[in-house]
Design a protein around this ligand. Structure first.
Ligand SMILES: [Ca+2]
Length: 530
């Protein structure tokens, strides 16, 4: 059971306080002053934690179910000008992968810097602070070192797993305003039966409300379409405006800030303001049809069954329905892109563009009919690869790209190092610092590791620049990503690749051991927390 004591920060070696670490006072003799000046210049050059002499601020923007259908990832058939502009001024990671292709486990992993087998969060109901007491969460680290921390929207998975005051100075989650279709239904209802608030009307109205909203707002089958709302009436419109308001009102005071914005789109239901649908005439949306026998050579456990809820059959294309959903998903992406622009504008207008690290990413990828599948919960590239853009003023080169394999758990140690904070000793991610300055300098040998549950079993995947290997209870997959980037030809049975297969089996075994190796937080010997 969780107790309040479980939710206290773990004991750890504190990093330098930012106020102390950057204050230089007193009058020194000339020679000493010169040495000091050289030291400061060297510090500024080598220590990316100092941006124009100010503490580093952080704006972390994490989208929900956003795959790589964005201009910054090279997808041509999308309108995302804010992402294009951000990428043109930042470093884009082209091979960034989640550690688990489902919201809750992925977010627990990102925000702890740990693989899911160490967080113990392998579904959307588990809470990392219960599963792994004593874990120091990313915003908690910043807060304990003098930062003002705030979140809006879905950063941690759900309100049930919201650590709240433990990690945030302010946190808020918005809802969409009432949909026009619901408003119309409510007015018609009330014209004959009186207020929906009357006790005698509540049950009937709840049923009618659900029916009226379902085509737009249901989870299954996924609602999709033009919401009839304005940008600011949508949850993400409110999220972006909340971030802008915090910046404009300087809610952080004199402290450096760590602001996390959880963008809800393009998670189902795929509804967005009308004008974003106008960008995508359905009959012009392209897709690549798969061959009907695709699944004959792939382990069946690699399938996620969600495609049935969307109304599809395995092995059969339905171009009209596929385009209908793709149009709505793409409209949601253009909508979120416009909200991103608001936040970036606010950073500039408040003078924080050059002292704030900006990270834009997603919790996992998403199938839009690829492999006949819909939704998440797969280990394919489209299900695990995420957009990832990082801007560190004075460090990342404008318009630079990195094709090294990186993992979302790398963000925690990277941000900690940028802010000159001492992270927990047991993080499993690797700081991206060498790549931030030299995107082509290293990262050759890294493998991304992703797992997913299938009942009581797990599927496992490791990926390098060239290969992806997956193991399921009912078979294996091997893809040559240079020849077959869309993963349509499973090579696991090819005799000429037996040696390659064997070496990737070894890599997977090593990753499995590493990933489950930090099940308890450092400093909490019995896992009971501090
Ligand atoms: Ca998600």
């Amino acid at each position: 059971m969780s107790t309040e004591n479980d939710r206290q920060p773990a004991r750890r070696t504190p990093g330098r306080d930012w106020r102390q670490s950057r204050l230089i006072t007193g009058v020194a003799p000339l020679a000493a002053s010169f040495r000091l000046l050289v030291s400061v210049l060297l510090l500024c050059f080598f220590d990316s934690s100092v941006i124009a002499g100010k503490p580093v601020n952080v704006l972390l923007i994490i989208c929900d179910d956003l795959n790589t259908h964005v201009s910054s990832s090279g997808y041509q058939h999308i309108h995302t000008p804010a992402l294009s502009a951000l990428a043109a001024d930042s470093l884009t990671f082209d091979r960034a992968y989640c550690q688990y292709p489902v919201c809750g486990p992925s977010r627990a992993s990102i925000l702890s810097g740990l693989y899911p087998q160490s967080t113990g969060v392998l579904d959307n109901t588990a809470d990392i602070l219960v599963e792994r007491p004593g874990t120091v969460l990313l915003p908690q680290l910043f807060r304990s070192h003098g930062y003002w921390t705030a979140s809006t929207g879905k950063v941690f998975h759900s309100p049930k797993q919201e650590p709240g005051e433990l990690v945030w100075d302010e946190f808020v989650r918005f809802e969409n305003d009432e949909l026009p279709v619901v408003k119309t239904a409510r007015q018609q209802f009330e014209a004959t039966r009186g207020s929906v608030e009357l006790p005698a009307n509540r049950q009937a109205w709840r049923l009618l409300q659900r029916q009226a909203a379902a085509p737009l707002n249901a989870q299954t089958p996924p609602g999709h379409g033009r919401s009839g709302l304005t940008d600011e009436q949508h949850r993400d419109g409110k999220n972006a405006r909340q971030v802008a308001q915090w910046l404009q009102q300087r809610t952080h005071g004199d402290k450096p800030f760590f602001i996390a914005c959880g963008i809800q789109k393009p998670h189902v239901p795929f509804l967005a303001p009308d004008r974003y649908f106008d960008l995508y005439p359905a009959d012009l949306i392209p897709f690549t049809a798969d061959r009907p026998d695709l699944w004959d050579s792939i382990p069946r456990k690699a399938i996620s069954g969600r495609y049935t809820a969307f109304g599809f059959e395995l092995g059969k294309e339905n171009p009209a329905l596929r385009r209908e959903y793709m149009q709505a998903y793409h409209a949601c992406i253009s909508f979120l892109d416009a909200q991103l622009q608001l936040m970036l504008d606010a950073l500039r207008e408040t003078g924080h563009w050059e002292d704030t690290v900006v990270v834009f990413t997603s919790d996992h990828g998403y199938h839009l009919g690829d492999h006949f599948l819909w939704g998440k919960v797969t280990l394919f590239d489209i299900g695990t690869r995420v957009p990832m853009i990082v801007r560190v003023p004075g460090v990342t080169a404008a318009g630079s790209r990195c094709d090294a394999v990186v993992e979302l758990i790398d963000l925690y140690p990277t941000l900690a190092r940028l802010a000159d904070l001492t992270p927990p000793v047991d993080l499993q991610g690797v700081p991206l610092q060498p790549l931030l300055q030299e995107p082509h300098g290293s990262g050759e040998t890294k493998h991304a590791y992703t797992i997913v549950r299938r009942g009581s079993d797990l599927g496992y995947s490791v990926r390098s620049r060239h290969w992806r290997y997956a193991r399921w209870p009912d078979g294996e997959e091997l893809y040559d990503l240079q020849q077959d980037p869309d993963e349509k030809m499973n090579l696991a049975g090819r005799p000429q690749l037996a040696e390659r297969l064997e070496s990737l089996r070894d890599v997977l075994q090593q990753k499995q051991q590493q990933a489950s190796g930090n099940r308890n937080a450092a400093g909490s010997s019995d896992g009971a927390g501090q």
